[in-house]
Write a protein that binds this ligand. Structure first.
Ligand SMILES: [Cu+2]
Length: 354
């Protein structure tokens, strides 16, 4: 399903759900929202850029309850708000003999993380997160990394068991990839290294990664019977920093994408934290079974409704929704998710249909 199609369909479903719940307070609001979806609403009725959201001001303190409610409502009703650009789509490759050949170009792009709000993101192939690399144990990959940034860079394959000289750390395992240069990584994907991994800059990384040089690198088991048996396979890359302060897959609420599932389905969430802070992700409605940490199956899966993901960690969880509805799904460090102006940042929803 194309992303724009998903976004449109989900907005209609959400409006139906909100209507059924009596959430739409102002008379005719639902009709208005449907006629004038997301972006215009979000940019004209309220300011969802909460980069400094945790600070209070006299103006905030003077807000009436109705004014505050109106800002909260406008944010929710514009979800999922449309923005340009979608990261994390599968990266295509070409075969050279038995080798899967990928191309990544690092450059600075205008990235719209909220309707009408853009930031100079540092991106792989123009998107945040970078495109998802998905391969199989036993493959050999070759990845050409072209640097069009104003700084040097290098790519670390986080969680992958690569030969030392492919590890992507300037001055430890390779020279930095200078502006204008291309560096080629090539390594076999070892058996036993299946799981949810990542790739990101390992040069001036606190800056380069949080600006957007990050992506998912997923390795499937060679044995198909050993792979996850799920209906939805969703990767959720968390980040904090220049892109809207707090983001999920490169977007801030209400421009985040809902996870859509049906009652009874198994929903795999691959949490990945590329930010500088911990993010305890809380799913309303039902717990998630933690099945793997950093790509390795846990000896005994366990249930949580709030899954803490530290920087660098990946946590694979399977939820089995049993109640339909729109279920909030957010970081539970509450000032990563909500201010007086409404929800923002690290917030999305799981939309469960009958
Ligand atoms: Cu958080």
């Amino acid at each position: 399903m194309a992303s724009s199609e998903l976004s449109t369909v989900s907005r209609r479903r959400l409006m139906e759900a909100f209507g059924a719940l009596g959430v739409v307070g102002a008379a005719g609001a639902a009709t208005t929202m449907l006629a004038n979806p997301g972006p215009a609403l979000a940019s004209t009725t309220t300011d969802h850029d909460h980069s400094a959201a945790t600070t209070s001001s006299a103006a905030d303190d003077e807000m009436t309850a109705d004014e505050m409610d109106a800002m909260h409502e406008a944010g929710v009703l514009s979800f999922p708000a449309e923005t340009a650009g979608k990261g994390g789509e599968l990266l295509e490759y070409e075969m050279d003999g038995d080798v899967k050949v990928f191309n990544l170009t690092c450059s600075v792009v205008d990235w719209e993380y909220l309707p009408g709000k853009t930031v100079d993101a540092w991106a792989y192939n123009g998107v945040v997160p970078g495109p998802q690399i998905r391969v199989t144990e036993g493959d050999t990959v070759r990845i050409h990394v072209k640097n069009e940034l104003p700084q040097s860079t290098a790519v670390h394959w986080h969680g992958l068991r690569v030969p030392n000289n492919m590890d992507g750390v300037p001055f430890i395992t390779q020279p930095p990839i200078k502006p204008g240069e291309t560096f080629t990584y090539e390594f076999p994907i070892k058996e036993g290294n299946a799981g949810s991994h990542m790739y990101h800059s390992h040069h001036n990384a606190a800056d380069q990664v949080t600006r957007g040089l990050l992506g998912a690198f997923i390795v499937e088991e060679k044995d198909e019977a050993a792979r996850y048996d799920v209906d939805v396979d969703y990767t959720m890359v968390l980040n904090d920093g220049p892109i809207g302060a707090y983001s999920i897959n490169g977007k801030s609420f209400p421009a985040t994408e809902p996870v859509v599932a049906k009652v009874g389905q198994k929903v795999l969430i691959r949490f990945m934290n590329e930010g500088l802070m911990i993010h305890p992700m809380h799913l309303h409605g039902f717990p998630m079974q933690v099945v793997a940490l950093d790509g390795y199956a846990v000896p005994q899966p366990y249930w949580q409704d709030t899954v803490n993901i530290a920087p660098g960690q990946r946590v694979d969880c399977i939820a089995e929704p049993d109640e339909p509805g729109v279920w909030a799904f957010h970081c539970h460090i509450l000032n990563h998710a909500e201010s007086k102006h409404g929800m923002f940042g690290m917030v999305t929803a799981m939309v469960v249909e009958e």
